[in-house]
Design a protein around this ligand. Sequence first.
Ligand SMILES: [Zn+2]
Length: 136
Amino acid sequence: MLTNMSAFTEIIGLVTRVGPKVTLHQIGDRVGVGASSWACLECRQCKKGNEQYCARQLDTYGAKWPDTGYVTKGGYSSHIRIHEHYCFPVPEELPTTVAAPMMCAGLVSMALLLLRIPVLRVFGCSRMQHLRLRSR
Ligand SMILES: [Zn+2]
């Protein structure tokens, strides 16, 4: 569970609670969260690294946790429940205003670059275009 967040799916916060099986993070860690909150990590899509196509995947905003019925509200909520796999360590030296955009547009841009498409064109997402321009 996180607190001290920014908006929508660009969340930077502190871990305030961990479940008994969590091994990647501990209370007090500063982490970032993007558009995904949870996926099964067991299906064919998850095992291929395409968790965004998991039939049971939960978005950080507007998804309903099946066990509690809680509907995710992204960075607009005071706290949020996230699987440890979708929390990324954020160094203290990195300002939230710089780190937060990397959790949405930055992750999407990086995923596209990892696909090794020779010519990459991004239309309609100004933040993604901004990040790509700044990376050159
Ligand atoms: Zn899955």
